[in-house]
Design a binder for this molecule. Structure first.
Ligand SMILES: [Zn+2]
Length: 148
């Protein structure tokens, strides 16, 4: 299941563009700040809740297979059909490694922080707004970064 990583990667790339775009472009994106913050929050919580979702999915699938005696025979090119070595028990889903999720979470948080600082430097957000946004997204905040 790479959806969670792809979703975060997509918004990460989008927000990263805003950190280097022309100020007149940034002004347009800042008008939709609430939308972009919502997208960032949604991607961060999808990353945070991944393991919980994965366990629900895996358990439900396991229960289904057990209760229905589900048997799956995928085409085997060596046996030219049903594989003689396969017992037909469906392969359980594979979990995305925690390290991949953490890495993506850190990346998106850092990009969101850079975006907030850019809005500050461009004059769209004052210091109190910056603090508020950082707190909301949980990006962390260092007053030293506010030097224009
Ligand atoms: Zn085979």
């Amino acid at each position: 299941m790479v959806y969670t990583l792809q979703k975060a990667g997509l918004i990460n790339e989008q927000i990263r563009r805003f950190t280097t775009s022309y100020v007149h472009h940034l002004s347009g994106q800042f008008a939709n700040l609430e939308f972009w913050l919502g997208e960032i929050e949604s991607a961060l919580s999808a990353l945070n809740e991944y393991h919980h979702r994965f366990e629900s999915m895996r358990d439900a699938q396991k229960t289904w297979v057990r209760e229905h005696g589900t048997v799956v025979h995928e085409y085997c090119p060596i046996c030219m059909g049903r594989c003689e070595f396969s017992d037909g028990v469906p392969i359980p889903p594979v979990r995305v490694p925690s390290s991949d999720l953490k890495k993506m979470h850190k990346e998106l948080s850092d990009t969101a922080y850079a975006f907030i600082l850019r809005c500050y430097r461009a004059g769209f957000a004052d210091e109190s707004k910056v603090r508020l946004l950082c707190e909301r997204l949980g990006t962390g905040f260092d007053p030293h970064d506010l030097k224009r």
